[in-house]
Design a protein around this ligand. Structure first.
Ligand SMILES: O=P(O)(O)OC[C@H]1O[C@H](O)[C@H](O)[C@@H](O)[C@@H]1O
Length: 274
């Protein structure tokens, strides 16, 4: 059976529910943000904050926010860009994936370029695949940074280990952007962590007690690893008390070297979980 889809409301916001091979995903039109992913075993794999704010123009804490055209505060635009705060349009099912589009509009005026973003979401029994394509529809070149800011639900953050980054260089965003090389076999999440690993190629594995999740990315060269830790979490207004223990962000990103597109060119990056 092919991918099934239906419009639905989830936490009061307009969404599309996808079903395939016993798995379900919910994608909000707000930000084209995947909010929920239940593989066929029925266990939620994404974190969505209890206090997540779906008001127009706001960023929703959890799921898979689409970061475009600027990662974090690395440029003149609003933090993490506008794509996560705007409504996207559902553009149908194509090659077994639901497609959502965002194009130049009054809400994107802070970045004066003609562009088209296309986010596709596909699911299988044990797999979630999200791909972001960006097209330059302008007459002039432009450059951007982007990420799929995936919030992975975990049982107990003190037991979580992220494997596959040994030997990779990273910028430590908590330490003024200092460069380091990861020497340990796994990243642990004790205290806050905010790192941009560069040129990550091989798949990662998130071990959470007895559970393991494979994380693969293509097109995106960097991987951002983030959890605010207790102290910073207490200052994040849309994160309920103790919720920082329930997620780690493992983000597929193109941050350290922006993507430059000439007129008519396209770029694509993707993240596959499962
Ligand atoms: O609070 P937000 O704007 O959603 O950002 C949440 C986090 O996103 C990324 O992971 C950055 O590396 C962090 O520095 C930032 O704190």
């Amino acid at each position: 059976m092919s991918l099934q889809h239906e419009a639905c409301e989830f936490r009061g916001t307009a969404c599309l529910r996808l079903r395939h091979e016993g798995a379900t995903a919910v994608v909000a039109l707000h930000g084209a943000q995947v909010l929920s992913w239940l593989p066929a075993d029925g266990r939620e794999r994404l974190f969505l904050g209890e206090c997540a704010n779906f008001a127009p123009g706001s960023a929703v804490r959890g799921g898979i926010p689409v970061i475009f055209p600027q990662f974090s505060g690395r440029g003149p635009l609003r933090r993490h860009g506008f794509a996560r705060a705007l409504d996207w349009s559902f553009d149908g099912i194509e090659d077994g994936a639901a497609a959502f589009v965002l194009e130049q509009a009054p809400g994107t005026a802070e970045w004066p370029h003609a562009f088209a973003c296309r986010l596709t979401v596909a699911i299988g029994a044990k797999r979630l695949a999200v791909a972001l394509e960006v097209e330059n529809r302008d007459t002039a070149p432009f450059a951007f940074t982007a990420a799929l800011h995936t919030y992975l639900r975990v049982n107990d953050i003190t037991q979580v280990a992220l494997e596959g980054l040994q030997g990779c260089d990273y910028e430590d965003s908590t330490g003024g952007g200092n460069l380091h090389r990861d020497s340990g076999p796994a990243v642990a999440f004790i205290g806050g962590i905010d790192r941009i690993y560069r040129a990550v190629g091989a798949p990662l594995a998130l071990a959470d007690g007895g559970d393991r999740l494979r994380i693969e990315q293509r097109g995106f060269r960097d991987t951002i690893v983030w959890n605010p830790g207790e102290t910073l979490a207490a200052r994040i207004g849309d994160l309920a008390s103790g919720e920082y223990r329930k997620f780690v962000c493992v983000e597929a990103g193109q941050v350290l070297v922006p993507v430059a597109l000439r007129s008519g060119e396209r770029w694509c990056g993707s993240q596959v979980l499962g």
